[in-house]
Design a protein around this ligand. Structure first.
Ligand SMILES: NC(=O)c1ccc[n+]([C@@H]2O[C@H](COP(=O)([O-])OP(=O)(O)OC[C@H]3O[C@@H](n4cnc5c(N)ncnc54)[C@H](O)[C@@H]3O)[C@@H](O)[C@H]2O)c1
Length: 435
């Protein structure tokens, strides 16, 4: 099948590469010519495990191409995926400008009957707007499909190749046939393709992110209470997660969620509720709990070093909003850095993937270290912000030797409290006793 993916960001690139991997002819198009130039040379704009070999192989074997010529990409395609960004607009609602611009181009340049698939996360009712925009100049029939994406950054290729489910919101048998055929190779283990009406598909994406963010904020608040009451959230997490109605996933407390999806999707969902006079109080509370949680690490640092932080130096391990990605969008590390700088704390940070992006955002206001141990030199405390695997089993003797004093604030509960006590580390984590 000839497939064009418009918008070659995180989602578009993964979708394009994975669809090419299953034998389709795919063109990924983007208005960012530098990005397209780089991709033609197999230079990826993002860090995502497993993606580079996929792009390289499929490009070499002629199934995957990159173009900045959107018109040509649309004319050529039988199926077009829209995967452009939908950032939060001024009032919190999703900004559909990019999506509608692409829809207009599709209407103008389509050269045959076509399936138009919305991959971008868009509010309920957007498909109708997209359809209207395409119809203004369309000379051929077209079929809209809402196919929200659930990939996780850091596991994106695996998630696309082996999804828990595929959601298809559609109205025509043609779209149903094309899309189920396209996704058949990805659901061979029996995972479901759930076909539904378009509004429900659009809603499913927001509801999924709303639920996941709710679990995070809920556990963060429970952890904060454990801190106060002397309970250990590790036990509590396992205790509740063993209930099959609850499950173990997404119950790890931390320094708040970030990234390109949860913050903006929650805002958009709350906004959808307001516009339709349906209060979404739970989700509004999830957001404010998250904003508070982003400040938990500086409070822990105060517990460890005293209220007066001015003149201190702190080592940060991890800047990306989560492990496995270089994405810094809405990362909790950014809130922490700003607060520390305001207090007069100097910072040396390490991240295995996100330093380039962090430099763009933070300039030379903080120092960056080549290795995680180098970040510790002259620091009064280590703060672990992101749960990268390489931070899980460090050489603690070396950590102690290099820090000016043995203080660790662990925003991801990576280390064993008893072990820290035995090692003589002053250790503060989230929702667990301090050592
Ligand atoms: N990143 C994720 O983990 C994730 C997961 C699921 C869904 N989504 C959703 O997918 C969509 C894309 O997200 P992303 O993270 O890939 O965004 P991104 O910012 O990484 O990429 C968007 C791309 O679209 C391009 N673009 C913007 N306007 C364009 C236009 N008019 N024509 C052509 N190209 C254009 C940009 O240059 C950019 O390369 C969003 O709606 C997002 O909410 C993202």
């Amino acid at each position: 099948m000839n497939i064009s993916v418009i918008g070659t960001g995180y989602v578009g690139l993964v979708v394009g590469a994975c669809l090419a991997e299953t034998g389709n002819s795919v063109r990924c198009a983007d208005i960012d010519e530098r990005k397209i130039d780089g991709l033609r040379k197999n230079r990826l704009p993002i860090y995502e495990p497993g993606l580079e070999p996929l792009v390289e192989r499929n490009q070499k074997e002629g199934r995957l191409g990159f173009t900045a010529d959107l018109r040509e990409a649309i004319e050529w395609a039988e199926v077009v995926f829209i995967a452009v960004g939908t950032p939060a607009g001024e009032n919190g609602s999703a900004d559909l400008n990019n999506v509608l611009q692409v829809a207009a181009l599709i209407g103008r340049h389509m050269s045959r009957e076509m399936v138009v698939v919305t991959k971008s996360t868009v509010p309920v009712g957007s498909a109708a707007k997209i359809g209207k925009e395409i119809a203004k100049e369309a000379k051929f029939p077209f079929h809209i499909c809402s196919n929200p994406e659930f990939l996780k950054e850091g596991d994106a290729v695996e998630d696309f190749m082996r999804p828990d489910r595929v959601i298809l919101g559609l109205e025509s048998s043609h779209a149903r046939r094309v899309m189920t055929e396209l996704y058949a190779p990805f659901v061979r283990t029996g995972k479901p393709i759930l076909v539904m009406d378009i509004s429900s598909a659009e809603m499913t994406k927001y509801a999924a992110n709303g639920m996941l963010a709710t679990r995070i904020s809920f556990m963060n608040e429970i952890a904060n209470l454990c801190d106060k009451l002397g309970a250990n959230v590790d036990f509590v997490r396992k205790g509740i997660g063993s209930d099959s109605r609850i499950g173990q996933s997404f119950l790890f407390p931390g320094p708040g969620y970030g990234g390109s999806c949860f913050p903006k999707d929650l805002k958009a969902l709350v906004r959808m509720g307001q516009e339709n006079e349906v209060p979404l109080d739970v989700l509004a509370a999830v957001e404010s709990a998250n904003e508070r949680q982003k400040r938990v690490l500086i409070q822990k640092l105060r517990c460890a070093l005293g209220n007066e932080l001015e003149g201190r130096r702190v080592a940060l391990w991890g800047l990306a909003f989560k492990a496995g990605t270089d994405d810094m969008r809405e990362a909790p590390s950014l809130t922490l850095v700003e607060e520390l700088l305001e207090e007069g704390v100097s910072i040396c940070a390490h991240d295995p993937a996100a330093v380039e992006h962090a430099r763009v955002l933070l300039g030379n206001r903080i120092d960056f270290a080549e290795t995680n141990y180098e970040a510790l030199v002259g620091a009064d405390a280590l703060v672990v912000v992101t749960d990268w695997n390489e931070y899980r089993h460090p050489d603690f003797e070396r950590v102690k030797r290099t820090l000016r004093q043995p203080v660790i604030v662990d925003g991801r509960n990576l280390y064993d409290v008893e072990k820290m006590r035995t090692l003589g580390v002053r250790y503060h984590s989230i929702g667990r006793p301090s050592a």
